[in-house]
Design a binder for this molecule. Structure first.
Ligand code: AMP
Length: 280
């Protein structure tokens, strides 16, 4: 595995490589969800292709005063996980390397980024689109893999690729969960024992709504009321949003149908967890 910290050097290496390159962008604190993306990357790259991983906690996508400073950065463990997964290129730049000057050019998606997480985290997706664009330029991948756990991010990245005509195929990877159903997330490490014990109300509420939908309930209002009741049953949970949206436009729908997306964001203390489920 080659490790790069310099943007210029990783770009020079990528430019001369004729291999099929598959990028997995991450913020590190790698867990089983990331590991599954790395396995998918290897499948697509094949034996002779190149699996590229970036680890960069991107300040541009964090609001001032949020968890940028305390975001976990277990460098040695991340490096070991990448080695075990057979990663070829690990790009781990410092902030000054990605933002050598105060940035004044940004990439902004304007149709999908204002709903759901965009409403609670203004500027977040602008930060994501800007850094992903930079990573695409530097690493010149043929494919890039994103998790469905961050469904809105995935939809926005697809739009970024379409509108800016990046010659990169975006691949979606399914959400990996702990045995109790909680979606793996680097932020789960922030949860206290009591919060962690209650956090599976997220997937529980989503699955209960899916069951109700399969039994014929299609009213978004009633489905969302159920979701809110299930989550509010956990005393430490505070709902940021619970919404039923069209999976293409991410706009709210009144009637659930196949391919409606049920998406939730819930605070446990300062920790904000997200999860989603696409109706069958
Ligand atoms: P992050 O390091 O949180 O920015 O995530 C990096 C990539 O891993 C993103 O494409 C995420 O959607 C994906 N990811 C994070 N958690 C999971 C999970 N539990 N299952 C599948 N993919 C995930």
């Amino acid at each position: 595995m080659k490790i790069f910290t310099s943007a210029t050097e990783v770009a020079a290496a990528a430019r001369v490589s004729t291999k099929r390159k598959v990028l997995v962008p991450t913020m590190g604190a790698l867990h089983a969800g990331h590991a599954s993306l790395l396995r998918r990357a290897r499948e697509i790259a094949g034996r002779y292709g190149e699996v590229q991983v970036s680890i960069f906690v991107n300040p541009l996508q964090f609001a001032p005063g949020s968890d940028f400073e305390k975001y976990p950065r277990p460098d040695a463990a991340d490096e070991a996980l990448c080695r075990d997964a057979g990663v070829d290129i690990l790009f781990r730049p410092a902030v000054e390397e990605m933002y050598p000057g105060e940035p004044s050019v940004f990439v902004e998606e304007t149709a999908l980024a204002s709903s759901l997480c965009g409403r609670s985290r203004p500027g977040h997706f602008r930060g994501v689109c800007t850094v992903v664009t930079k990573l695409f330029h530097l690493l010149a991948p043929d494919f890039a893999i994103f998790g469905e756990k961050d469904f809105q991010q995935l939809a926005i990245i697809r739009r970024l690729v379409r509108d800016l005509q990046f010659q990169i195929e975006i691949v979606a990877a399914p959400t990996v969960r702990e045995t109790d159903g909680l979606a793996c997330s680097s932020r789960n490490a922030y949860l206290s024992v009591a919060e962690r014990a209650q956090a599976p109300v997220l997937p529980g509420a989503l699955l209960a709504a899916k069951a109700a939908f399969l039994l014929g309930e299609t009213s978004a209002a009633r489905l969302l009321a159920r979701v809110r009741d299930s989550i509010n049953a956990a005393p430490l949970a505070r709902i940021d949003y619970a919404e039923l949206v069209d999976a293409e436009t991410l706009q709210p729908v009144a009637t659930a149908k196949s391919h409606s997306l049920l998406a939730v964001a819930v605070f446990f203390g300062q920790t904000r967890l997200i999860d989603n489920l696409l109706f069958p």
